[in-house]
Design a protein around this ligand. Structure first.
Ligand code: ATP
Length: 532
């Protein structure tokens, strides 16, 4: 299962690079961990996703307006929000390979660990994940593969001590050791602990891990010419605080009354200890957040409204509901200020993980900003004469995580006939047409007899109507179709010999491969209709 998932992610990442969806940032210099660039197709996908969100949560509503705040803000903001004091993760560091890891991610890292896999292969799988080892096998592993894969592991550094330790406990009757992989890890940790007095073994090299320390995730910088404590500033770790700081400005400059929301899309930065799973956990990413302000007595109702609306939004964009989960947090999982919280999660090939969180944050944020800024954050209702600090419902999603979910969901391999009628494996990206980076591709069958001119006119008409369109006259038409399948283009229009006599063209559907014949001058209307 884990292997299949890795294969799928590898294939997807290869397609994303080959076709220009996602590149490593500064790739020519070897890249930089946790930073990614979106290529020509990726940027269109992301833009379509953000546009869909903006349309649905801002433009099509009367009660939500947009905002675009600066990334660097007065550092007091982060004192008030609690980020300076508490926005940290527990970090452990390997004393051997110097890698840093999140202590609460160790289990997941063990599952991917090369040396643990190799140790697993050394034993004999007898049932489920139960493995039998003999001391000789472990000694051999420690001597050969272990040296390369886990040079820091006590079993590799000092096999005789470790093996006699093991033998004393488990091989008393000359039997092989039988353990599950999980127990094996626990054993290795205990054994390492016994020998070194330190923590569990490093998932990368088996070395000793330090005890966990808190690590603040905010990126620091300096504003102005002086680099001293008075000029320290931070790159925002979330877009939400810009909204809270502007809550009064928005109220004062619009006709909005309670309840109302403010929405923002923008970059956020977190110095993640382990950026991983492709773009899922990055150090620079985009968020799409709404802060919806309401009367405290209506907060429960609005929380449920937004939680369900946001879940449905992802289903409507084409994520299968069987892979989307709405997970309500247990009371003991809630942040101290939150009254309720739910995660919208997607089953990625690497595991089920959060796309968006929806929380009832009570009046915590506005109260904090009132306290730290000294500015009045109350709302006066002139009808009821009620004065209060509003409660806030926050749907907070990640653009890059949603884009990755859409890429995973779209990736499909099927069997389709090639030009010679031979069945071949075809790779296609089944994006919802609303999100597809290119909506329509137009081809002349051959580069002569006036076909390119007709095709180019259709292409220009689609382009002028604002559809992301593509013209291609190079190579065999079958190859051109395959390229568009990988880009996820829902419609391919081909001008052929028949067009010259009856002014019709074929429109090929990416998913069904059905080809409709329609009048050349109806292509634009046809595509627009299908995009609705
Ligand atoms: P996680 O537990 O995965 O670190 P979080 O609960 O800290 O996430 P929030 O602070 O609730 O995340 O951020 C809101 C949204 O921002 C997340 O649902 C996610 O979509 C996105 N997001 C947060 N951190 C990252 C990151 N490092 N890379 C990409 N997207 C992120």
């Amino acid at each position: 299962m884990a292997q299949e998932s890795n294969e799928l992610m590898d294939k997807l990442a290869a397609l994303c690079k080959r076709r220009g969806f996602i590149f490593q940032s500064s790739e020519i210099y070897g890249g930089i961990g946790g930073f990614w660039d979106y290529g020509p197709l990726g940027v269109e996908l992301k833009r379509n996703l953000k546009d869909a969100w903006w349309q649905d949560v801002v433009r099509r509503r009367d009660d939500v307006v947009g905002l675009d705040c600066s990334i660097i803000m007065n550092p007091k903001v982060w004192e008030a929000s609690g980020h300076l004091g508490g926005f940290s993760d527990p970090m452990v560091t390997c004393r051997q390979c110097k890698k840093h890891m999140r202590a609460d991610h160790l289990q997941a890292l063990y599952l991917e660990s090369e040396w643990i896999k190799s140790l697993g292969e050394e034993g004999h799988l007898i049932e489920g994940d139960l493995i039998e080892f003999r001391s000789e096998e472990l000694a051999r592993w420690a001597h050969r593969k272990g040296k390369k894969l886990a040079p820091g592991l006590a079993l590799v550094r000092n096999p005789s001590v470790t093996l006699s330790w093991l033998a004393e406990r488990t091989e008393k009757e000359g039997k092989p050791v039988t353990m599950s992989i999980g127990d094996w890890l626990a054993y290795l940790a205990t054994e390492q602990l016994a020998q070194t007095g330190l923590q569990a073994p490093c998932p990368h090299c088996g070395g000793d891990l330090t005890p966990p320390r808190q690590f603040n995730l905010m990126f620091k910088t300096f504003v102005g010419a002086m680099e001293d404590s008075s000029s320290v500033a931070y790159l925002r770790p979330e877009t939400a605080q810009g909204i809270f700081c502007n809550y009064r400005n928005v109220l004062d400059t619009t006709r909005l009354r309670m309840p109302f929301g403010i929405a923002q899309i923008g970059k956020s930065f977190r110095n993640e200890i382990n950026p991983r799973n492709y773009t899922f956990r990055s150090r620079e990413f985009e968020q799409m957040e709404i802060e919806f302000f309401c009367h405290p007595s209506e907060a429960d109702k609005w929380y449920e409204y937004w939680r369900d609306a946001r879940y449905k939004w992802y289903v409507d964009l084409g994520l299968k509901s069987s892979k989307l989960h709405l997970r309500n947090h247990e009371k003991d999982e809630l942040a101290h200020y939150a009254r309720a919280c739910a995660d919208i999660e997607y089953e990625f090939p690497f595991g089920t993980s959060e796309l968006e969180g929806v929380a009832n944050r009570t009046d915590y944020d506005l109260t904090q900003h009132q306290k730290f800024s000294g500015k009045d954050m109350t709302y006066f209702d002139d009808q009821t004469k009620d004065r209060y600090i509003p409660y806030v419902i926050e749907p907070s999603g990640g653009v890059d995580r949603a884009a990755l979910a859409l890429l995973c969901e779209a990736y499909t391999e099927d069997q389709a006939p090639d030009e010679n009628g031979q069945m071949q494996t075809r790779t296609l990206m089944r994006f919802h047409p609303r999100l597809a980076p290119v909506k329509v591709a137009v081809f002349p069958l051959v580069k002569k007899e006036g076909m390119p001119e007709i095709a180019e006119k259709i292409y220009r008409d689609c382009q002028a109507a604002g559809l992301s369109s593509f013209y291609d006259e190079k190579g065999a038409v079958g190859r051109r179709y395959r390229r568009q399948d990988e880009a996820g283009t829902p419609f391919c229009v081909t001008v052929d010999g028949q067009t010259l006599t009856d002014q019709t063209v074929t429109v090929r559907d990416r998913d069904s491969l059905v080809q409709d014949r329609i009048a050349a001058d109806k292509v634009l209307a046809y595509v627009q209709d299908r995009l609705k």
